[in-house]
Ligand binder design. Sequence first.
Ligand SMILES: [Fe+2]
Length: 381
Amino acid sequence: MKPFDFQPRTRIVFGSGSLARLGELARSLATTRAMVVSDPGVIRAGHAERAAESLKEAGFEVRLFDGVHENPTTDDVEVGRAAAADFRPELLVAVGGGSSMDCAKGINFVFSNGGQMKDYWGVGKAANPMLPMMAVPTTAGTGSETQSFALISDAETHVKMACGDPKAAFAVAVLDPQLTLTQPAQVTALTGYDAIAHAAETFVTARRTTLSQMWSRDAWRLLAPNFERVIGDPEDAEARAAMQLGASFAGMAIENSMLGAAHAMANPLTARFGIVHGQAVALALPAVVRYNGQVCAREYAVLASDVGLSPHSDDFAAEQLAQELIRLREIAGLAGRLRECGVPEDALPELAEDAATQWTGTFNPRPVDVPSLLELYRRCW
Ligand SMILES: [Fe+2]
């Protein structure tokens, strides 16, 4: 069996209504000043204010930073760093989706360690201690709350930089499924599909271990059946809870096994054509599963049987899983073809060049290069 080194870094507090415990939980990390990092949509939904109230009741002076945008950039991080330099927080509390959580990590890197975001591109580049952080996810998707990576886009080049460090992991993640009830339907579809992709990709990466597969598989079993339920009935509290927990488990899987070619293909689609991450992943994933079937059919047979499909043989498992992923994509109302998303056919060679440079692609179980990625894009076009 493959060796591993697993250290849980994030305390996970899960349960309906658990946001009320935020202040009490924060007291174990700091005592006086907390900066809440959020975005305008989440603030409008009232979640940031409820978080701030809980912190104030526990004796904190609170500053709200509302400058997070979708797919946060180095500019967002710089504005947040300036706010932190002014307020001098002891604790950062991210309230929102992956963008808020990643932006909080980004702010923490440059506030605690100086320099610019690109100095932390890669793994383990922060020499000094970082502020403790808490995460309150309001979407069920990225799993950023259980990962030590911040995805920050360069404001000029639009390149997505994965900046990871064990010190950038959240000390506590407060998972309150009630908060995900306010997600707009489109956000439920996009973030939910992204989480499903995390489970399916991590289960087969070249870095997978027995332990990472445990997270991936339980994430898959929570996410795949409940995705359909939350799309059909957004008020289904049990299904919402399963999605939120599944997304966090998938985050643990990413932390311990990385991702694969569907994410390598998705990133250039976002950078060049502004296709939102969940949609970009949804375009690529079924084709990548078919491509990978040659080397990990047995694993795909496990995932297929977990959702009630009974592959007649391992040979058929990848195709069956790909069809299930297409079915879920259609239920969610997501586009299935690149051409429907404004991608011209003559852009495919450049997309393949970009995708081949993505670090995440190096963990795909079946190696990918420019010609194979071009073929994959063609199949998705
Ligand atoms: Fe993703």
